[in-house]
Design a protein around this ligand. Structure first.
Ligand SMILES: [Cu+2]
Length: 167
């Protein structure tokens, strides 16, 4: 009896800690930022876990806060300069695997912000998966979050700094 209720509480709090959980897709530790509170571009970063039982793929992202939303990655142009690329085919997430969207790597890119990314603003973003379909996440703006990739421009000279982990 008492063991059973303890388990129920444990399960309930575990789910409360998850910002989004739909069709076996879990999104954790999501945050969004722009270079300055008035910047016209921004990006979102998060961990996406696939517990759906089948391989899936993040194929698109949508949000009302920007004119265009794209899945981006960074690629070294061969001269030590990182450039952002629009990845139209998206990012595969095998069953049981985690996809990390992080500074200097894959990210959700917002171009032409229609509202500024002010600190603690909640940004609703729809992630579109090939199989799981649409997963809506509320992503908090965190301008103070540390990461090596501060300006999020389309070219970067400061390669070493950018490749540091974002936590
Ligand atoms: Cu980008």
């Amino acid at each position: 009896m008492s063991l059973k209720s303890t388990l129920l509480v444990a399960v309930a709090s575990a789910f409360a800690a998850l910002p989004a959980f739909a069709d076996g897709i879990m999104v954790q530790d999501a945050y969004a930022r722009s270079a300055t509170p008035t910047a016209k571009t921004g990006a979102a970063f998060m961990m996406i876990m696939n517990h759906s039982g089948s391989d899936d793929r993040l194929i698109d992202a949508r949000a009302d806060v920007a004119k265009r939303v794209e899945l981006h990655t960074h690629k070294d142009n061969g001269e030590g300069v990182m450039q952002m690329l629009h990845v139209k085919e998206g990012f595969a997430i095998a069953d049981g695997e985690m996809l990390s969207l992080e500074r200097g790597g894959h990210h959700v890119m917002f171009m032409g912000l229609t509202e500024p990314f002010t600190q603690d603003k909640m940004v609703p973003v729809t992630l579109v998966f090939e199989k799981a379909g649409e997963v809506v996440v509320e992503i908090p703006v965190d301008l103070a979050r540390k990461g090596g990739h501060g300006d999020h421009g389309h070219k970067h000279g400061d390669h070493d700094k950018m490749m540091k982990k974002s936590n």
